[in-house]
Write a protein that binds this ligand. Structure first.
Ligand SMILES: C[S@@+](CC[C@H](N)C(=O)[O-])C[C@H]1O[C@@H](n2cnc3c(N)ncnc32)[C@H](O)[C@@H]1O
Length: 138
């Protein structure tokens, strides 16, 4: 193997990305945060039962392992991360909406956390397999 070929497969122009940003957004508040929660049951965080690092108050850095099983999708998210976010940001019985559902990880997490789920996915095959995956999730 030439030196050039060797370099091409062993060196890289970039470091491995080790964090991913999560964007939080919400509709404008209705009164104080507490008024808003009383009325809409949203806008406050419930830190009592975080899935990740359950012994500590949930923070803005969420260490989580990449999922081993990809369910036929390139960017499958870890179900534990989604369960964690669902528990923090929604009460039981709420409806979780994922407009970019992919392999259905958020639907699986929503079911596990006793929330309803509505998802949309542009890839029809992926949508079907997500639906199957969510149906059998416990
Ligand atoms: C980052 S992936 C979501 C991965 C998902 N969280 C999971 O764990 O599998 C984004 C998904 O959005 C879908 N998508 C892209 N544009 C869309 C659109 N306009 N409407 C619905 N889904 C769309 C893509 O097909 C892709 O599966």
């Amino acid at each position: 193997m030439t030196c050039k070929k060797w370099l091409a497969i062993t060196i890289s122009p970039q470091l491995k990305p080790q964090c991913e940003m999560i964007v939080m957004a919400q509709a404008p508040r209705d009164g104080t945060f507490v008024d808003n929660w009383d009325r809409w049951e949203t806008g406050l965080i419930d830190p009592r039962s975080p899935v990740i690092e359950p012994e500590s108050f949930p923070g803005t850095i969420i260490p989580v392992k990449k999922p081993r099983e990809r369910h036929g999708h390139m960017t499958t998210k870890p179900v534990d991360l989604l369960r964690h976010l669902i528990r923090l940001f929604s009460p039981k019985g709420a409806i979780v909406f994922d407009p970019f559902a992919g392999s259905g990880s958020s639907g699986v997490a929503a079911r596990m956390e006793e929330r309803g789920f509505v998802g949309t996915e542009i890839d029809a095959n992926m949508a079907q397999s997500a639906e199957r995956r969510i149906e059998i999730a416990i």
